[in-house]
Design a protein around this ligand. Structure first.
Ligand SMILES: NC(=O)c1ccc[n+]([C@@H]2O[C@H](COP(=O)([O-])OP(=O)(O)OC[C@H]3O[C@@H](n4cnc5c(N)ncnc54)[C@H](O)[C@@H]3O)[C@@H](O)[C@H]2O)c1
Length: 321
């Protein structure tokens, strides 16, 4: 059992990370500006309400709680949801404040959340990758303040890793479009649509290149990452996504409709293949996502029929019954 300090623990992803790590037997200290109602805090977790941008606050809480690991999630998590300069300064200052305070105190394992958007897809000036599937070697070309702030969060972890050598272990991860448990039941996703709507209209998932991940799979990934951080290279970055695409047709067919010029590049994305590779997390950590929209949506009676129809009409590559 470890003591794990999770920033942004009240958020869409944070709630599942706190719950998953507590369920795995860790003592979790959830730190967020907003508290979750006391009844919703899982056994094994405590929460602290704090503004981590307030001077000295991250350091004070870390000194008081003495964690074995820090997972930094707190951020403005939606591109263009605030003025660009506010997103840039909030996210970069939060990452620096938390990672530097944890380093100074000597927390042995420090992990920060990045985002697949660092790659630069969706740029109004056009974007094409060198190849599909996208992976950690795909060049980062952020085109907005959110994506740039996430790349800087990764580089902040790498900067401290370079300065500390092997004394402290650092990692960054890029979670795909996060689906929290209630969203499988019909709650709106981060962009406001339900999952059924995103599946029914590929134009809704195309801006994220049809990526997604179950928040509980991210919690499992983080638990495994913390266990393995001492035996993998320091300062690594990982994509964390589902093993399939959030689409009912193969991306080889869908991608060219939404990403002009990608016909040849995406020709290999057949069947249920996602655009983002998770091979690095599989190879270095042995992590495997357990949930897919094909398994999770099935449990909801009102979506069951619709989803089955969509899957049958789509790839046909996976049975849903
Ligand atoms: N949700 C996604 O699809 C997604 C995808 C890729 C990356 N991410 C990253 O994962 C992380 C979590 O995302 P999320 O969807 O849970 O976001 P969220 O907005 O639901 O949660 C972020 C939390 O951070 C807290 N926070 C913000 N500023 C703070 C401050 N100054 N002090 C203390 N707490 C503060 C907020 O109160 C909020 O609870 C973010 O870093 C985000 O960039 C999310």
């Amino acid at each position: 059992m470890s003591r794990i300090f999770v920033t942004g623990g009240s958020g869409r992803l944070g709630r599942s990370v706190v719950a998953g790590l507590a369920e795995a037997g860790h003592h979790v200290i959830s730190v967020d500006r907003d508290a979750v109602p006391a009844g919703q805090l899982p056994a094994g977790a405590v929460q602290e309400t704090a503004d981590l941008l307030a001077p000295g606050e991250a350091q004070r809480l870390l000194r008081e709680t003495k964690p074995d690991a820090v997972i930094h999630l707190a951020a403005i998590a939606v591109p263009f949801s605030a003025p660009e300069d506010v997103i840039f300064s909030t996210n970069t200052r939060l990452a620096f404040a938390v990672i530097s305070a944890a380093t100074e105190i000597g927390v042995p394992k420090i992990v920060t959340a990045s985002s697949p958007t660092v790659l630069g897809y969706g740029s109004p000036a056009g974007w094409l990758p060198p190849s599909f599937p996208l992976d950690e070697r795909t060049p980062a070309k952020p085109w907005n303040a959110y994506a740039l702030s996430k790349l800087i969060a990764e580089q902040t972890a790498q900067m401290f890793a370079a300065a500390q050598g092997e004394r402290i272990r650092y990692a960054a991860f890029r979670p795909c479009f996060v689906i929290s448990p209630e969203e499988w039941e019909g709650a709106p996703t981060q962009q406001g649509h339900t999952l059924a709507e995103r599946l029914a209209d590929p134009a809704l998932s195309a801006p994220a290149l049809f990526n997604y991940v179950d928040a509980r799979d991210v919690a499992d990934f983080l638990d495994l990452l913390l266990q393995k951080m001492e035996s993998i290279p320091n300062g690594e970055t990982f994509f964390v996504g589902a093993a399939d695409a959030l689409a009912t047709a193969p991306l080889a067919d869908l991608m060219p409709r939404f990403l002009p010029g990608s016909e040849a590049l995406s020709a290999g994305l057949t069947g249920t293949s996602p655009a983002f590779s998770i091979a690095k997390a599989q190879a270095l950590l042995g992590w495997q996502p357990k949930r897919s929209w094909r398994s999770e949506l099935k449990s909801h009676p009102t979506l069951n029929d619709e989803t089955s129809t969509l899957v049958t009409a789509g790839t046909g590559a996976k049975e849903t019954s």
